[in-house]
Write a protein that binds this ligand. Structure first.
Ligand code: LLP
Length: 465
């Protein structure tokens, strides 16, 4: 019998026994495998936000994203409050909504006082519709279109300028109009240990101005009346467990503030990006939100004191560590294929279309069987998606109780870059998402229908029968 468990100290050979303090307030969500409200109820079933997961699937269908409001709000508050606690200057947390951009998530983040980082016209449009105040919206992107830039200018959000082309475009778009707020994204030249696709701070990156061109950029920007440059931005990568790269980044960025001053630019905002990792499996050991925030605040405060600089307004942009742990994906188990002495495949009713991370980044996930929480773990199986693609495997060698078709398999930590990267591959409709809190479940994203799938299709007249 295998005895590895999703969380806490569980030693009875069962899948999961919640062993949590009576209050969850001090748990850093990114260090947990399950949402903070997870518990096993009298039906031996997993409950999130006071809602029985198996019942939710009966009500809302399968697969289903289940988002726990308490965990999400707790992460927002931990970022916001620890930044206030450790940083003596002004601060603002922005939610990097590329992790999961939809009306409800933007509205929750904004209601906790967070601003929103958006990376496209679509994300900006959604955040504005969620009622997020434009002065707390920051538009990123390495190739923003004229349409996106115009929407940003008209709505009054801050534009994080990535390159010369964009800078010049903005100068022409804003000629004779009131000055707009911009920040400059720079490449810090910092390496960190994460998947090569999600590293952004090293010199050979498509994002940001080359730091060697810094003088030229500052000199140019200082001459533009229509561009009110308020600060600098950098982001070094995602799913990072070490604290040193972020410390190095903070130090480099304070240096940039000084460099800008040489050109008469008084930069008052410094945005260190996001990147804090989360615990996807037992072997992941990320720092807590508080530890990450504290490390950055210390470096900036020390560097500014050493250089006799006033403290800039400090912004950070967490995505994954803010939302990943608050969501699980529930699937229904269907077929199983046993290949004696080789492998058992257990197939579920979703896969790479609702979670493309395993096939894209070889990400490893943890799962439990929601309707059999106390059953002993006896099997090692591979969880296969339903797509016509051999690589559509969600988890290799998952340790589970004996499963049968109809069981509800729950994959943990799916709040970040799952729905937002979901596709209709093989024409699978995207699943629904529900928000759970205090025993209530509200639909936040409808399940797509087959009609939705053909909504954008056009059949030329001559092909019609
Ligand atoms: N700020 C900027 C400018 C970013 O590019 C990103 C992520 C973030 C903030 C948020 O980073 P986080 O706190 O989530 O690590 N699809 C990949 C992740 C790509 C991250 C892109 N940028 C994945 O599924 O792992």
């Amino acid at each position: 019998m295998v005895s590895t468990y999703p969380t806490g100290v569980q030693q009875s050979g069962r899948q999961y026994l919640p062993q949590r303090p009576s209050t969850n307030a001090n748990l850093s969500p990114n260090q947990e495998l399950l949402p903070l409200t997870a518990r096993v109820n009298h039906r031996d079933s997993l409950e999130i936000g006071g809602c029985d997961v198996t019942t939710l699937v009966q009500q809302f269908g399968s697969p289903l994203y289940i988002l726990d409001e308490e965990t999400l709000r707790s992460a927002c508050r931990q970022y916001r409050d620890t930044l206030k606690q450790y940083y003596k200057g002004e601060s603002q947390v922005l939610y990097a909504s590329k992790a999961w951009n939809c009306l409800a998530v933007c509205a929750i983040a904004a209601s906790e006082g967070l601003g929103i980082d958006v990376v496209s016209g679509g994300e900006l449009f959604t955040a504005l519709h969620a009622g997020v105040s434009p002065d707390k919206l920051y538009l990123h992107g390495n190739n923003k279109s004229h349409e996106e830039l115009t929407l940003a200018i008209e709505s009054g959000c801050t534009i994080v300028v990535d390159n010369w082309y964009e800078l010049r475009t903005l100068v022409s778009l804003t000629a004779n109009s009131p000055a707009i707020r911009i920040m400059l994204r720079l490449t810090p030249g910092i390496e960190c240990h994460t998947h090569e696709y999600i590293r952004t701070g090293h010199l050979d990156s498509k994002f940001g101005f080359d730091p060697n061109a810094l003088d030229e950029v500052f000199a140019f920007v200082s001459q533009q009346k229509s561009l009110n440059c308020v600060g600098v931005h950098a982001h070094i990568g995602s799913q990072i467990f070490e604290r040193q790269p972020h410390r190095d980044l903070a130090a480099v960025m304070v240096q940039w503030l000084q460099d800008a001053a040489k050109y008469g630019l008084t930069l008052t905002e410094l945005n260190v990006g996001g990147g804090l990792g989360i615990k996807y499996t037992e072997s992941d050991d990320p720092p807590s939100i508080e530890e990450w925030v504290k490390a950055i605040c210390e470096v900036i405060q020390t560097a500014c004191a050493d250089e006799n600089l006033p403290l800039p307004k400090l912004l950070c942009e967490p995505g994954r560590s803010l939302i990943a742990t608050s969501c699980i994906t529930a699937y229904t188990i269907g077929a199983a294929k046993v290949i004696p002495e080789i492998r058992t495949y257990v197939a579920i009713d979703g896969g790479m279309s609702d979670n493309p991370r395993p096939i894209t980044y070889q990400s490893v996930y943890r799962a439990v069987v929601a309707n059999k929480m106390s059953a002993p773990i006896t099997e090692t199986v591979t969880i296969a998606g339903k797509h016509c693609e051999s690589g559509d495997i969600l988890i290799k060698n998952a340790q589970l109780p004996k499963t049968e078709s109809g069981d509800i398999l729950v994959v943990l930590g799916t709040g970040a870059y799952n729905y937002s990267m979901a596709s209709n591959y093989n024409r699978l409709p995207r699943p629904a998402a529900v928000l759970v809190a205090n025993g209530e479940a509200n639909l936040i994203l409808q399940r797509e229908t087959y009609q939705d799938l053909i909504r954008q299709d056009c059949l030329p007249e001559r092909l019609k029968k």
